[in-house]
Design a binder for this molecule. Structure first.
Ligand code: NAD
Ligand code: USQ
Length: 394
């Protein structure tokens, strides 16, 4: 199958591109490497050193003999998007390419507007290119479980049947997102659904939970193939941060009581889910939604699992609730559709955590303890950032 991966220099896009090409698909990779500029802006770095986009592609050719078609460019440019889709003519486009940090989107107005413009415009350009060039192309779009928020009822996979004043309809599930970043994904979902309805394109929205882990069978084949691992206060996700904090000998930073519950999955399952979605495309005109996670845990449970898996003492610290979110809530999100397609999950266990801890110990000398600080508070409209006066990365 011909698959174009947008955002292929990122944490998830890079291992996905390798996985799909190893499985025999013809893969094109696209990125403008803006993610690397966010690190420069904030003075932080991936725990695991990563080779340049060009070097990674070369290394994969040396290791596997597989040549990835590649483009360096900005997806907010509609001419660029049309050109690459016309030239490669993919059967599926896997779209990871967005600013994906909730705290980054909550720094100030400039970062909020940047996030929403970048994300919504990228997706609109992709949707237009598909509709103009070949409506048969299947869009596989990375959404997020955080689009739904934490309602006091079960979360369905995209749609809910509602009976109102005696009449019944199946409607998009209500959205109460956690941040301006999560809101950008809601806007994307609405735009894609509209395009499916009006132009008859086909799309799968993968509402993914928080991803953990770093190693995949392909990335560990060569040091220049490794994917990034973020632990800082803006881009680091919860379990990855807790593992790095444990190794650094610092307290695990649970915000508030830690009752916040989230769907989660192993990075290896992200790759499997993407391939399953590509191989089983949505019908023409269908806006299909999968909830892409395998288990759910509270933040405190994540912290306790890391503490119990490590062979050194670990302290759990309940700090300020820097986000505006429910600390204690009902959470039951349905996630059967990927399992029905054959997903065999890697569940979070001691063995996985021990491997994550061992990988992190290998790079412990690269940990900057100052980077852990949570610098963004949802209640402030202007948060402190050393470079907050300068232009945003492009
Ligand atoms: P990432 O930031 O590591 O990767 C995103 C990539 O997109 C980066 O390499 C970036 O340079 C690129 N990109 C951004 N804007 C671009 C533009 N205008 N033009 C070209 N390239 C651009 O993020 P990730 O963690 O790999 O996440 C990938 C996707 O999965 C995101 O859409 C994210 O919202 C979603 N997701 C991630 C997680 C997670 O835990 N990491 C969980 C759920 C959903
Ligand atoms: N949290 C802590 N302590 C920390 C870091 C986080 O208590 O040190 C808490 C947060 O307050 C939140 C939860 O952990 O309640 C998850 O935070 P996170 O930063 O791991 O995840 P989030 O901001 O939701 O975003 C991440 C990815 C995003 C993706 C999302 C999936 O960055 O791209 O969309 O996970 S989901 O959460 O399902 O929406």
């Amino acid at each position: 199958m011909k698959i174009m991966v947008l955002g292929a220099d990122g944490y998830l896009g890079w291992p996905t591109a390798l996985h799909l090409s190893k499985k025999g698909h013809e893969v094109a990779v696209v990125d403008n490497c803006v993610r690397r500029s966010y690190d420069l802006e904030m003075g932080v770095d991936s725990l695991v050193p990563i080779a340049s986009f060009q070097r990674r592609i070369q290394a994969w050719k040396e290791v596997s003999g597989i040549e990835l078609t590649s483009w360096f460019g900005d997806l907010t440019d509609p001419d660029f998007v049309h050109r690459i889709v016309r030239e490669f003519r993919p059967e599926a486009i896997v779209h990871f390419a967005e600013q994906r940090s909730a705290p980054y989107s909550m720094i100030d107005q400039k970062h909020c507007v940047y996030t929403q413009v970048n994300n919504v415009v990228n997706t609109l350009n992709v949707v237009y290119a598909i509709a103009d060039i070949d409506p048969d192309i299947h869009l596989v779009k990375l959404g997020t479980m955080g689009e739904y928020g934490t309602p006091n009822i079960d979360i369905e996979e995209g749609y809910i049947e509602i009976t109102h004043k005696g009449r019944t309809d199946t409607l998009p599930y209500p959205k109460q997102p956690h941040s301006f970043y999560h809101l950008s994904k809601v806007h994307d979902s609405h735009n894609i659904q509209f395009a499916c309805r009006v132009w008859g394109i086909r799309a799968t929205d993968l509402n993914q939970g928080v991803v953990y882990g770093q190693e995949t069978p392909e990335t560990i084949e060569h040091p220049d193939l490794l994917t990034r691992y973020d632990y800082d206060g803006v881009f680091g996700t919860v379990l990855n941060r807790f593992v790095a904090q444990a190794v650094a000998g610092l307290p695990l930073t649970v915000y508030g009581t830690g009752g916040q519950t989230r769907g989660t999955l192993d990075v290896r399952d992200t790759l499997a889910c993407i391939e399953l979605a590509c191989m089983n495309p949505a019908n023409q005109g269908e806006f299909r939604v999968f909830n892409q996670f395998t288990e759910s845990f509270s933040v405190l449970q994540f912290a306790e699992m890391v503490r119990d898996a490590y062979n050194k003492p670990v302290e759990i610290q309940h700090g300020e609730l820097v986000r505006v979110e429910k600390e204690d809530h009902y959470y039951n999100a349905i996630h059967t559709r990927l399992l029905d397609l054959g997903l065999q999950p890697h569940l979070l266990n001691k063995d996985t955590l021990e491997k994550m801890l061992a990988m992190t110990e290998k790079y412990a000398h690269r940990i900057d303890p100052a980077a852990f600080k949570a610098t963004v508070n949802w209640r402030n409209t202007t948060n402190y950032l050393p470079t907050s006066g300068s232009p945003l990365p492009r």
